[in-house]
Design a protein around this ligand. Structure first.
Ligand code: ADP
Ligand code: NI
Length: 219
């Protein structure tokens, strides 16, 4: 199958699969990660087919909505790519990226690590979508969905929460900036990703300044 046709078929598949997805991980999140991955590819070395397929398929089955089962996404991607007779090496690489992107710190359950330039590019693109103007919108969207306060000066950010504790915490959305979003720029893998992250990070800092100014009724 021709490259362009393979990507188009994957786009159609992912769009259909994410029809009822929640706002933070809908088709448009995938489209942004796909576009940002392509932007990173203009400056970073990487196999475009692997990067594009992984970007499109990386959130195909969020474990949060599948009883915590982290194997469903990689399995779904694998059988889809097999149905299009994609070569085995490409399938293995894409599946490895999806597996390791959903695990924090790129370590699997067994502790084995995997990394590649292609993983780094897609992970950067995914992280870039969590910061900047879009990141702010996604955070407040998530907080609204969970019925959380915007901000509460009496509830300071807590940087020492475990993963479970974090998920169950009902902290105000502003705390999420300090607990996660402002830390992402230092986690970028690629030089281009770092550069884009700097700009989006600064935008969040400016946003917070303005937020507190308005919160406090100061000029
Ligand atoms: P990922 O799938 O990239 O690991 P998550 O599912 O944790 O991301 O989050 C999806 C979106 O929701 C992100 O933009 C993230 O910043 C936002 N989000 C996650 N947890 C919170 C939270 N506690 N408060 C506000 N926004 C959150
Ligand atoms: Ni994602």
């Amino acid at each position: 199958m021709k490259e362009a046709q393979l990507i188009q078929k994957t786009i159609d598949f992912v769009k259909a699969a994410l029809q009822d997805a929640e706002g933070g991980h809908d088709w448009f999140h995938i489209e942004r990660v796909f576009n940002t991955s392509n932007l990173l590819l203009m400056h970073e070395e990487g196999n475009p087919t692997v990067v594009q397929l992984a970007a499109l398929l990386h959130d195909i089955a969020d474990p949060k909505f599948h009883g915590g089962d982290e194997s469903i996404g990689p399995k779904t991607a694998k059988s889809f790519l097999e149905s299009l007779s994609v070569d085995e090496e490409t399938i293995d690489h894409v599946v490895n990226i999806i597996k390791h992107m959903s695990f924090k710190n790129s370590f699997g359950k067994t502790g084995e690590s995997f990394t590649s330039k292609e993983l780094q590019i897609v992970q950067d693109a995914d992280r870039l979508d969590a910061i900047g103007a879009i990141g702010i919108a996604r955070a407040f969207n998530y907080g609204g969905f969970k019925n959380r306060e915007l901000h509460n000066p009496d509830v300071p950010p807590n940087l020492n929460m475990g993963k479970e504790e974090y998920k169950n915490s009902n902290a105000p959305t502003i705390n999420h900036f300090y607990e996660k979003l402002l830390l992402l720029k230092d986690k970028m893998n690629t030089a281009t990703g770092k550069k884009l992250a700097e700009e989006r990070h600064q935008f969040m800092m400016d946003y917070l300044d303005q937020f507190y100014k308005e919160w406090n009724g100061s000029e």
